[in-house]
Design a protein around this ligand. Structure first.
Ligand SMILES: Nc1nc2c(ncn2[C@@H]2O[C@H](COP(=O)(O)OP(=O)(O)OP(=O)(O)O)[C@@H](O)[C@H]2O)c(=O)[nH]1
Ligand SMILES: [Mg+2]
Length: 668
């Protein structure tokens, strides 16, 4: 038997789902966290009887007539897939808004149980709801629940009641027939009537103490956090704290400790296979353990970052940040809603891109999905840390600067997308609900950190491992499958495949096959960049972040790569701002739902990475040596061609716009 969990956004559906099933799906304190349907069996402890109960978690919805793609998942599911029962999760602190959707659900004929969730908050605020009366008025069972606490607070009763209703029908207390859904005025009128009906019920069953002291306090905090002048610096400070803690203090201490373990392990394995063939030794010790270890060594940095982002998601600050940044994002044709995907994107681009699904305006949604990968994500941290450590040990701000460059490119990209798609005169509106503040749950943050950290390890143990092994083998053999002699590395399979690409990279200052190979494997997954560099340059001490910053190691790495500082910076930025990884491109594809946008997005990312690296290398070289770098002219031609394409697209759009609106004589 299938039980659907539905309700308004942020009412606690996923929290209840996690409690019932023991799963660990993403929960957050703002509207629109869940964007996909999830299902899993309910734990036996919650009911008796032999039949298996399956809970289905759905995205939040305000109404059965969907506005956004994730709302349509919900209405589509309950309308067409016939769940056996519906648990309607109602935010008990916000009864009047929630019951609108409830009355619509009751019209479907599927048995409904209303869970008055977050009733702990109501108790604190002395708001009383007469559940018996509400149940009579709605014509369905109503049960108070708390989903966050460990004990059973109504959850068993909810599940048992839902299970007992299988096969039964549902009477609706309020029915609206014959509303012409294409007639806006008629729909609005019908909605107004429904609201009136709901408000009448609420008036009769709810006893609310008007504005508690706590509520006043929250409003005062809101006034500060979303203040026009203080809000933005405050947001910057919060994000700075997140990066500072994860990347320069706590995260690095833990990383050093982990790296020491990995090195010990590597030495131990090296000792064990001392007598094996040199190829096997290299494959196992340098390729697999060295390459994968180089990636795993950064796990603590990434985990600390995940932990802090989870706290931010839970406490209610994220929704305020969207309000504060909305005016800035409006200027480039996005809205405050793009902030959440981008903040999440600093952990990993994939959930970031998926979070863009709640953006109602299609163009904004696609643009956000396209631009989110410019935020340096957890997988890019190893690349940043390696280059910052090896080449810029005395300029510690280089790492931080990459985030600013990311933000800058997002704004620039948004402007370009705007111009190319020609929506300069169309404005979107922006509504966001400000959720309650709460003390973030440490347990949730730890769970979230562990599950995302696990995904990182799994990736290291699968994609990264396979890539490193393949790279190691391709580097060890030539096309005749003979082992490549020392000094003849240029004849290896890897070198011959990567060399043509290296030609394209000459104007960027790093046209050698080793760096080209690492950049190419980096398109599969960014962690590969460091892994592949470790393999092609045979560097095993790559991962020691601490040592890199000190005298020996860092210079050594820099010397082996033979890059100038400027070229190293160009290479770093090329890796950061070209397409992030296959998985993120897959996510972009599913959010954009349009091949033209997808390929446009990938082209924009490739073009941006190339142009940025070109400018950094050529201008940097000119400034430091007084002469332009190698390959300036061909590079300039390439960049000019890309710019010409962009200008052509914009012109084309302008022309179409003018034709459509017959504004030919006027300057738009
Ligand atoms: N006090 C209290 N907080 C709760 C309860 N249930 C959920 N929450 C909190 O409410 C917030 C939203 O929870 P989610 O489970 O993500 O809500 P959702 O309904 O799945 O939201 P969407 O996926 O955005 O539609 C989180 O901060 C939860 O910790 C509850 O019973 N009591
Ligand atoms: Mg949810």
């Amino acid at each position: 038997m299938r039980i659907a969990l539905t309700g308004n956004p942020n009412s606690g559906k996923t929290t209840m789902y996690n409690a019932l099933t023991g799963r660990n799906e993403r929960v957050g304190n703002w509207a629109g966290v869940t964007v996909e349907r999830k299902e899993s069996p309910i734990k036996k402890g919650y009911y008796d009887g032999p039949e298996e109960l399956i809970a289905v978690d759905l995205p939040g919805a305000y109404s059965m007539s969907p506005f956004t793609s994730e709302e349509s998942i919900t209405s589509g599911y309950v309308k067409h897939e016939n769940p056996d029962a519906i648990i309607n999760i109602v935010d008990a602190t916000n009864l009047s808004r929630s019951l609108f959707f409830t009355t619509q659900l009751l019209e479907l004929g599927i048995p409904v149980v209303v869970a008055l969730n977050k009733s702990d908050l109501n108790e604190k605020r002395k708001t009383e709801i007469d559940t018996a009366a509400l149940s009579r008025k709605l014509g369905c069972p109503v049960i108070k629940t708390v989903s966050t606490s460990a004990g059973d607070q109504g959850l068993k009763e909810v599940v048992k009641t839902a299970a007992s209703l299988k096969g039964k029908g549902q009477e609706a207390p309020y029915v609206q027939n014959g509303v012409d859904l294409h007639n806006k005025a008629a729909v609005e009128e019908a909605d107004r009537k429904r609201f009136a009906f709901v408000n009448q019920i609420v008036k009769e069953v709810e006893n609310r103490v008007v504005l508690s002291k706590e509520q006043n306090q929250h409003d005062r905090i809101d006034a500060i956090l979303t203040n026009k002048f203080i809000g933005i610096p405050l947001f910057a400070a919060v994000m700075f704290a997140v990066f500072y803690i994860s990347q320069t203090t706590v995260g690095t201490w833990l990383a050093d400790w982990l790296v020491a373990w990995i090195e010990t392990f590597q030495e131990w394995v090296g000792g064990q296979v001392e007598n094996a063939s040199p190829f096997l030794q290299a494959l196992l010790v340098d390729g697999i353990i060295g390459g994968v270890g180089a990636v795993v060594g950064f796990l603590p940095l990434v985990m600390v970052m995940y932990f802090l982002i989870a706290l931010l998601e839970d406490c209610g600050y994220m929704a305020r940040a969207t309000v504060v940044l909305d005016p800035i994002f409006k200027r480039v044709g996005l809205s405050g809603k793009s902030v959440i995907p981008m903040v999440i994107g600093t952990g990993c681009a994939i959930p970031g891109i998926m979070a863009s699904r709640t953006i109602r305006n299609e163009r904004e949604r696609r643009a956000t999905a396209m631009l989110t990968p410019f935020m340096p994500c957890g997988a890019k941290l190893p690349v940043i840390a390696l280059f910052a450590g090896a080449f810029f040990a005395d300029q510690p701000w280089i790492g931080t600067m990459m985030y600013f460059v990311g933000v800058f490119l997002i704004f620039l990209g948004a402007l370009l997308v705007n111009k190319i798609t020609g929506h300069k005169f169309r404005k979107s509106f922006f509504i966001i609900e400000l959720p309650e503040y709460k003390v973030p749950s440490l347990k949730r943050a730890v769970l979230s950190m562990l599950s995302r950290g696990k995904a990182y390890i799994v990736k290291a143990g699968t994609i990264i491992l396979v890539c490193n092994t393949v790279v190691q083998i391709m580097q060890a053999f030539n096309w005749q499958f003979q082992v490549v002699e020392e000094g003849m590395e240029g004849t290896s399979i890897l070198a011959s495949i990567a060399s043509p690409f290296a030609l394209l990279l000459i104007p960027l200052g790093f046209g050698v096959w080793q760096l080209a190979a690492a950049a190419i494997t980096g398109f599969i997954a960014k962690e590969n960049v460091v892994g592949t560099l470790a393999v092609v340059y045979g560097m095993t001490n790559l991962i020691d972040t601490d040592e890199l910053a000190l005298v020996g190691g860092g210079n050594e790495v820099a010397m082996i790569m033979g890059l100038t500082k400027v070229a190293a910076l160009a290479y770093l930025m090329f890796n950061l701002f070209t397409p992030p990884c296959f998985a993120a491109i897959g996510a972009m594809n599913s959010e954009m739902q349009n091949k033209k946008w997808l390929f446009g997005g990938i082209a924009l990312q490739l073009g941006t990475g190339y142009t940025v690296a070109f400018l950094v290398y050529q201008i940097g070289t000119l400034a430091t040596t007084g002469a332009l770098g190698t390959g300036f002219v061909p590079g300039l031609i390439a960049v000019a061609v890309m710019a010409a394409i962009v200008v052509g697209l914009i012109r084309n759009t302008d022309k179409k716009f003018n034709e459509n609106y017959q504004l030919n004589g006027m300057k738009a």
